[in-house]
Write a protein that binds this ligand. Sequence first.
Ligand SMILES: *[C@@H]1O[C@H](CO)[C@@H](O)[C@H](O)[C@H]1NC(C)=O
Length: 223
Amino acid sequence: MASLSSSPWLHLLLLLVAMGGTFAAAGGSGNPTAGFQKVQLADGDFQVQSPYNVPESQRFQYRNGVRTFWVHRNDKPFNTVTHTNPRSEVKLRGHDYSSGVWQFEGYGYVPSGTSGVSVMQIHNEEGAAHSTVLMLHVYDGVLRFYSGAAIEPDIYDRWFRLNVMHDVGASTVAVYVDGERKFSTSVTPSESYYFKFGVYMQHHDQSSCMESRWTNVTLYTKH
Ligand SMILES: *[C@@H]1O[C@H](CO)[C@@H](O)[C@H](O)[C@H]1NC(C)=O
């Protein structure tokens, strides 16, 4: 006859208790920016890249602290040399980093209908074997790591707080939505990195127009 201590139910119960503890720790109700220092950003650090054949004001607006980015599916790239997909994005200029822990914080908004687009990236230095270590894509209302793992299922039509942490030494990234840790992974090391946000059309399921809005963008670091 099975004793209580060898009961599979007891083992399952203990496992669930242990997992509950792990999830609580990973979920982290705390502030992702705790222990970080703010990096001073000037307006000039927000370098806009938008389709070369139309005035910037037709694909980007900065009003009342909110940056709005949009592109159409058949827009041109951001210059005449590149063959990349249409984008209207900010490159955080002058804050490339190659060590330490860095964090992007922004409040984002993606209107329903926008699909097949990257809204935020960690970009490598020009000429690197891979151009990014992280992209956050939106497909049908789901925020994903590239076109893979789902990070947040319901991203449309609301302001969400996004924190993206990059530990350069450990080569890991972590994504927080509304203060909760939702995703982390290890990434391929590169020489240096910078953050981008806005809209950058991807390769499948694109909507005819893609839009995202951003406010209160802040950069943090920890050494
Ligand atoms: C951005 O910051 C301002 C000032 O702190 C605040 O009033 C506003 O609610 C913030 N916006 C969002 C979307 O959180």
